[in-house]
Write a protein that binds this ligand. Structure first.
Ligand code: 1HE
Length: 267
């Protein structure tokens, strides 16, 4: 596995992680998963925010169907020991790890590519992006956490529609269905994702961690348990950073909030 299938670059507090298999439309095989795991682990150690993107003309064409075919036809015995599915493990490190991730999406974002994108916390798409779940056409099923994550993002009715009919959503439709929350002109998703990542890196890391780890878990809880967890969290010992940030606001030295109708201040 000498080929660099996933690139890694540290840009200040932001780790840039790129799928680098453009000739195969960044289809995800097991070697990609192994390298992606290394990259996101490293990002968690070194960076405050990660950005996921695809080299070439697409984010990702999903599961490597050639590899899937050779697995489907190989006469191999079932494993003696069960292990956690490698995609679940890596996508969970992204979704529930120590740092937030922003995904920059363009071209194909389909199948496992969409599952990877929805493991990120903020998604930016450019005008070339299209989204779909063609598993039905391939005779397979989502396997990268899509049943849990994509269903939460777009809801059962849209997910079932995409899977049953094979319909692809345009970038505009993706924005409407909350697949992405930012839409840029063609070729500008990565720049926008970097800009957002730099902004996210300015938050207190502990607050970012609660946004990425506590908030999604509350979705799985009852009303009572959700409020209890929120109460416990808000009463956790406050860090010196919290006091410093509150003091800055009280002193009038904190950066003002950027209102939607004002020109953006540099991050
Ligand atoms: C691939 C893959 C792939 C491209 N696995 N090799 N994913 C899909 O069902 C999507 C399959 N791909 C496509 O529909 C198209 O390739 C695209 C719309 C993404 C791009 O089209 P295009 O015209 O730019 O590229 P292409 O000519 O179709 O493909 C270029 C090369 O990439 C070609 O290889 P080559 O050796 O002939 O040059 C393709 O075979 C290769 N390629 N996509 C393997 N996916 C954990 S469960 C998740 C379940 C899923 O992800 S299901 C969705 C699978």
């Amino acid at each position: 596995m000498s080929q660099t299938l996933v690139t890694y670059e540290l840009d200040g507090a932001v780790a840039l992680i790129g799928l680098n298999r453009a000739d195969k439309r960044n289809a995800i095989n097991e070697d990609v998963i192994v390298q992606l795991r290394d990259a996101v682990m490293r990002a968690g150690d070194e960076a405050d925010v990660g950005v996921l993107f695809g080299h070439g003309g697409n984010f990702s064409a999903g599961l490597d169907l050639r590899e899937a075919l050779s697995r489907a036809t190989a006469q191999s015995a079932p494993p003696r020991k069960r292990r956690r599915h490698s995609w679940h493990e890596v996508f969970d490190i992204i979704a529930r790890g120590p740092i937030p991730f922003v995904a920059a999406l363009h071209g194909a974002v389909v199948g496992g590519g969409l599952e990877l994108a929805t493991a990120a916390h903020v998604r930016v798409g450019d005008a070339t992006a299209f989204f779909g779940l063609p598993e039905g056409q391939r005779g397979i099923f989502v396997g990268g956490g899509g049943t849990v994550r994509i269903q939460r993002v777009i809801g059962y009715s849209v997910m079932a529609d995409l899977m049953l009919t094979g319909r692809l959503l345009s970038a505009e439709e993706g924005l409407r269905e909350h697949v992405i929350t930012y839409l840029t002109p063609a070729g500008e998703a990565l720049a926008k994702a970097k800009e957002l990542a730099a902004k996210i890196a300015q938050n207190a890391p502990d607050t970012n961690w609660r946004i990425t780890n506590l908030l999604p878990r509350v979705n799985d809880l009852s009303h009572e348990d959700g409020l209890f967890l929120e109460y416990m969290s808000s009463n956790m010992a406050r860090s010196p950073e919290t006091a410093k940030r509150l003091q800055e606001f009280v002193d009038g030295t904190a950066k003002p909030l950027e209102r939607p109708d004002q020109p953006k201040t540099p991050a």
